[in-house]
Ligand binder design. Structure first.
Ligand SMILES: Cc1cc2nc3c(=O)[nH]c(=O)nc-3n(C[C@H](O)[C@H](O)[C@H](O)COP(=O)(O)O)c2cc1C
Ligand code: SF4
Length: 442
């Protein structure tokens, strides 16, 4: 079967507006505005599109949460923060198909009757920011965006699009933190409810969608909702942009139908493991998703439902491949360092827990830990999960927990046996001094 390419369309120079227009550019928007906003939401619902930002929430349903009626200011926030280690697929959209993203924002804007959209681009994506700004300037100049679009498309609808350079923190990808950041404050998450559709940017109803989600929308109108829903897995249809990194011969972004086998992606698209080595572990959807062992990836289709069924997640589609020589303890420690560094510090379980997990992992990695420290690590992770304002807490807890659970033998190999404190080691009168802590290693 021919692989459908909906975003990375293999058309040379598609990032030039002339080429985009020659290939049906803005025709999807034209189709959309020939119907009512509610019709557009119905098409997206019917397509079965689920968000590509990690949580796989149904997009049409999300759009339907926006309050309707005249006189309400509504915003669209397009999330291009892309700061999770292992995720680099939105970058490819900025580079290769910026106008499809702009067109997707216009369709989303029309569906929810939005007058201003913000595209939040990861702070380190300087080149991609410039590409998007140039594309936007071109779209404005040709009357595809802003007030002039009324004339161009013969419609009453118009929308402005603004770019916002990210603040350089992973947490700014979390939807409420992103809005706080875009408003000009330090990007810290807000407690939900209220949800963005009730109170978002500047307190107004806002829809937050990932860049890939929005860039997929024009393709739905191009091929039709029904056709789209037939691609890939029925419950999570369409294509996904899989970003493959790690010990593979051809790291890169591959657009494939949902449900493509993970081994197929690694072997046939990413060129297999470097040096012909065996796989030891794979993180299937960005650093926060629970790691999989080699024996778990055989015959595993890459979509939300199959990944959920084995206790992981398709997340952002960032596949990180580790070969048989990988020191998984060191990987877990490195990931833990990232999340500790990125915690915004608002909630104690995340602020303190990420630090504790990194400390314990450092101890294990450097051979200074005992075997019960592995259980301590898992216990700290489990005390963070579900107890924080935003999902960064869960994201931080899962890697240490699942690396430790799935690769316990590797962890134990780096640990000493238990330490027993015996009475004869306690120096009387100095119970709290270093001399009193004379342990015997069994
Ligand atoms: C710590 C953290 C970082 C996130 N980073 C991103 C990101 O970079 N891009 C993104 O689209 N979603 C990110 N998300 C998810 C967003 O909060 C939100 O769910 C998403 O943008 C919704 O888009 P979708 O419905 O199109 O998937 C992040 C979530 C958390 C908790
Ligand atoms: S979970 Fe962590 S990042 Fe999220 S709000 Fe709490 S402290 Fe901040």
């Amino acid at each position: 079967m021919q692989t459908p390419k909906l975003i990375l369309r293999d058309i040379p120079n598609l990032n030039k507006i002339e080429v985009y227009l020659e290939n049906g550019g803005f025709d999807s928007f034209r189709k959309a505005i020939a119907t009512t906003p509610d019709d557009v939401i119905d098409v997206v619902k019917k397509s079965g599109l689920r968000g590509r930002g990690g949580a796989c929430f149904p997009t049409g349903l999300k759009w339907s949460f926006m309050p309707k009626g005249d006189g309400i200011i509504r915003y669209l926030a397009c999330n291009g923060d892309e700061s999770e280690p292992g995720s680099f697929k939105d970058r490819k959209i900025f580079e290769d198909n910026p106008f499809q993203l702009i067109e997707g924002m216009l369709i989303a804007g029309y569906a929810m009757q939005i007058t201003a959209a913000y595209l939040y681009i990861r702070g380190e994506y300087h080149k991609q920011y410039d590409i998007m700004q140039a594309a936007l300037d071109e779209a404005y100049a040709r009357g595809f965006v802003g007030e002039k679009m009324k004339e161009t498309f013969g419609t009453n609808f118009s929308m402005n699009i603004y770019l916002h350079k990210g603040a350089g923190a992973y947490v700014c990808g979390e939807e409420t933190a992103q809005m706080t950041s875009a408003e000009g404050y330090r990007g810290t998450p807000r407690i939900k409810p209220p949800f963005p559709a009730q109170s978002g940017l500047w307190g107004k109803p806002t829809t937050v969608n990932n860049v890939e989600t929005i860039a997929t929308v024009p393709a739905i109108f191009r091929i039709g909702a029904e056709e789209f829903s037939k691609i890939g897995e029925p419950k999570h249809c369409g294509t996904l942009l899989f970003g493959v990194s790690g010990h593979v011969n051809k790291p890169g972004v591959y657009e494939l139908p949902t449900g493509t086998l993970l081994t197929d992606i690694i072997e046939n698209y990413a060129g297999g493991v470097r040096g012909g080595k065996k796989i030891k572990a794979v993180i299937p959807g960005g650093a926060s998703m629970p790691v999989l062992r080699a024996d778990e990836i055989e015959g595993l289709p890459m979509d939300a439902e199959h990944l959920k069924a084995i206790g992981s997640g398709v997340g952002t589609g960032g596949i990180m491949v580790m070969d048989e020589d990988t020191d998984v303890v060191h990987v877990a420690r490195r990931i833990s360092h990232f999340f500790h560094h990125e915690s915004c510090g608002q909630c104690t379980p995340c602020r303190a827990g990420t630090g504790w997990m990194e400390k314990i992992l450092t101890r294990i990695d450097e051979g200074d830990a005992v075997k019960s420290d592995i259980d301590l690590l898992i216990s700290v992770a489990e005390q963070i999960e579900g107890r924080t304002i935003c999902a960064l807490g869960d994201a931080a807890a899962w890697p240490p927990k699942w690396f430790a659970k799935k690769f316990r033998a590797d962890f134990e190999k780096k640990c000493k046996d238990e330490i027993v404190r015996t009475p004869k080691n306690i120096v009387h009168g100095k119970q709290n001094s270093p001399e009193s802590l004379q342990y015997i290693v069994k």
